[in-house]
Design a protein around this ligand. Structure first.
Ligand code: AHG
Ligand code: MN
Ligand code: MN
Length: 363
């Protein structure tokens, strides 16, 4: 009798070795795929593609690596001798949001792929300097999402969306940025967590790449992500309970009620970094909510930089996103920093939330 059989018996040992063989087969069939190669292969499938789009996403991936490098040093600032906003050598140390905002801008302004950008950190449009060529795409982004978590060393993120320009030529305008989310040609987010993951979608599946810091490459780790139809997690800032409408209160109370048949009560998970909360729910299933409330009458999250890109991702992963009444991707923004209530995640959970919010169900 083998050592394995001693512990598991003959049948158990057979099952284990079959499991190991199938795991080996699975690993052997997986491709070692970098983000750069994945983007290029995706673009090659479009006849007549110019490579512009690949260039844009690759530039963005470089910015993300620079942000990751800075994020991973965040807790060392005091140790490395920073006083006020200057480090030991007298250089100015920027807040991480500002650093990330500038890094994305610097990586993207001269590539010739974009005609304009808009960022959560900048009040107006971000123009392409006249010395550089303009391109046919538009980038909207939240450079650092969940900034209140930085000092606690909890996960933070970045979020972005890409549109094709609607104006014919010259510098991009408001009209190029103020497009409904369904018109995005790509969207994605990054979570700077225990490891850093870059998730993106160009309309053909949602794919995640984990950064291998030793070689500085994002490697395909989550191919064709599909969100479970129903989850067991709800994510909301429950401190706002007394400020919510009755529909939201009813829905949350319903989720807490014990009922074996519908798998309740749900578990509550809330980091306070949308990208990280969203990512967990995308993988495990569940619903993230930031409704309007008495202190945030139109919601808190920004349509262009946060809600639209993540809604594009969630729909392509088989999930759903709404403001309670309307599909997020159908909302036509009227201003750059417009906010929206957001209910996003597993399709069945979001549909159920809508029924409560619209008063079709109550608790
Ligand atoms: P940002 O750091 O880009 O301003 O975004 C913070 C957002 C979002 O990440 C998170 O879901 C939400 O704010 C948390 O808000 P509360 O602290 O009100 O829960
Ligand atoms: Mn944010
Ligand atoms: Mn932000």
């Amino acid at each position: 009798m083998s050592r394995q059989e001693l512990f598991t018996g003959r049948d158990g040992a057979r099952r284990l070795s079959e499991k190991n063989r199938s795991r080996e087969r699975d690993l052997a069939s997986r491709r070692l795929m970098t983000l750069g190669r994945h983007i290029e292969e995706g673009e090659r499938m479009h006849p007549g593609a110019t490579g512009d789009f690949s260039g844009l996403l690759s530039d963005l991936a470089i910015a993300v690596k620079l942000i990751w490098r800075e994020v991973s040093k965040a807790g060392l600032i005091d140790i490395l001798g920073v006083t006020d906003k200057h480090n030991a050598s007298g250089d100015e140390v920027k807040k991480l949001d500002e650093f990330a905002d500038e890094t994305i801008y610097k990586a993207m302004d001269h590539g010739g792929h974009l005609c304009v950008m808009a960022s959560e950190e900048s009040e107006g449009l971000i123009e392409i300097p006249t010395r550089y060529p303009v391109g046919k795409y538009v980038l909207v982004y939240d450079p650092i999402d969940g900034s209140s978590n930085i000092d606690a060393n909890a996960s933070i993120g970045s979020i972005f969306g890409v549109f094709r320009r609607v104006t014919p030529s010259g510098p991009g305008t408001d009209a190029d940025c103020l497009q409904p989310g369904y018109k995005q040609v790509a969207a994605g987010y990054v979570v700077y967590g225990p490891s850093t993951i870059f998730v993106y979608c160009t309309g053909k599946g949602v794919h995640g790449f984990t950064l291998d810091p030793s070689v500085g490459e994002f490697l395909l780790s989550h191919e064709n992500v599909v969100i479970p139809k129903r989850g067991k997690i709800y994510s909301i800032n429950e401190g706002n309970y007394l400020r919510w409408d009755d529909g939201v209160k009813n829905y949350i109370n319903y989720l807490k009620k014990e009922d074996k048949a519908t798998n309740r009560p749900y578990s509550s998970r809330y980091i306070g970094s949308l990208a990280a909360d969203f990512h967990r729910n995308l993988l495990y299933g569940g619903i993230f909510m930031y409704p309007s409330d008495k202190s945030h009458p139109g919601g808190k999250l920004r349509l262009l930089y946060e809600a639209s890109p993540l809604s594009f991702i969630v729909e392509h992963a088989g999930g759903r996103a709404t403001d309670g009444k309307e599909r997020i991707l159908d909302i036509v923004p009227t201003s750059l920093h417009q906010k929206t209530p957001l209910f996003i995640g597993s399709g069945e959970d979001v549909k159920e939330a809508e029924e409560f919010i619209q008063g079709k169900r109550s608790y």
